[in-house]
Ligand binder design. Sequence first.
Ligand SMILES: [Ca+2]
Ligand SMILES: [Ca+2]
Ligand SMILES: [Ca+2]
Length: 372
Amino acid sequence: MRKQRKGRVLLGLALVMALVITQIVGVPSALATEYHLDTWGDTAVLTGAVGGDAVFEFFNQDDPTGSGVFDPFVRINTNKKTEKGYNTSYRKLQFDENSSPIYTKDYLVANVPVVQLEENGPYYYEFQCDVNQSNRAAPAFYISLDKLEIYGTDNALMHLYPFNDATGPSADLVWQMKLDDWVRVNSLPNAGSGRRDFRVLIPYDLLDNYTYVVLYSQFGANGGYVNNGGYEEWGCRVGVEPPPGVPGIDIMKYVSIDNQVTWLDANYATRAEYVPVPRATPIYFKIVVTNTGNVELTGIQVTDVWVNEGVDSTPIDLTGLYPSTLAGGGSFEIIVGPLPAGYCYHTNTATVTGVYSDQTLTDIDVAKYHGT
Ligand SMILES: [Ca+2]
Ligand SMILES: [Ca+2]
Ligand SMILES: [Ca+2]
C-alpha cells in the first residue's frame, strides 16, 4: 500500500553541495539552461522543479565510480530520434523500453546505492546512465537528455505514465528536471556499448520511505542532438557498501475492525474505498515503527490520535508503550484498543520522530475508517 505522505529527513545541508562541485558547466539562456557533460569530471548541479538539487557527474568508466557490476533497470531502445521510457515490471510497456525483464524492470530503493561526495557530507541515491551514440563527427556523438523524473512508489507494476490516472497505480514524483533544462552528453569519452557515462545523485531523503523507484527519461529532442546508434540505459551499481551513519525512519499505521483478525493499512485515496464499520464497534490501531537506516536513533516519540466522543484528533496516550531508542534495522509495534468506532469518516494520523546526530527524522501514516 502506498502511504498517505512520506517522511522527510530534515537536513541542514542546503549549501554543502556548493563546496564539492569541481566544475559547473551550464549555458544559461533566456528560455533554457543547457548543461554539458563533455569530459571526465564534469559536474553540474540541476535544481529540480521538484526535489531540490541533484548532482550530475560525468565519470571515467575505468574509475571506481564506473567499474564493478552494473544492474540495468530501464533500457530505451529505439530507432526514433526522440525516445523515452521508464522502468517497471508491468507489461505491455508504454513507450520505447526494451521488453526484456533483464533490462527493464521494477527496482527496489533498497538496491540503489547510497553515496557521499565527501566525508561527513550529505547522502545521495545514485543512478547511472549509459548512452550509446554513433562516433561519427559532431553532433552525432552527442545526445540530449531532455527529461528526467524520479518517482517513489510501493507498486512494482507501474503503468499509465504520468501515474495520475485514477484507475492506475499511483507514484509520488520526488525529483523532476525543470521543463526548460536539458543536458548534452558526449558519448565519446566512454565509447563502446555498455560503458556508463554519467551518474545522477539525488538527496537521500527523497526516496528513503519508498519501496520502489521509477525513473522516467527522454532523450534526443534538444539542440539537434538526436538519438542514434545504440540504446540508452539507466541502472545502479551492485554491491556498493553504504557509508556509515545513514539514518532512516518509517511508520505504518493499521486499523482492525474485526478484533485484530485482519489489519488494514487503510490509506484510501477516496471515500468510496473506506471500509464501513457500525458506530461504537470496538476497533484497534496497530503502529509499526522501523529504523530503516544503519544507525541508532534516539529520542523516539510516537503520537497517535482517534475520535473520542465526537472529537476528532484526540491524542491517544502511548506512554510506556514503546522504547526511546531504536537500533539500525530494528522495529517495534504498538497496539491500542479496543476503542469505540466514531461516526462518519475518520483519518487519524500517527507520527514518529527520532534523532540521529543533529538530524531529526519524521514520518507519518494514516489508517482510515467509516463509522456508520
Ligand atoms: Ca556509453
Ligand atoms: Ca543512442
Ligand atoms: Ca496506513
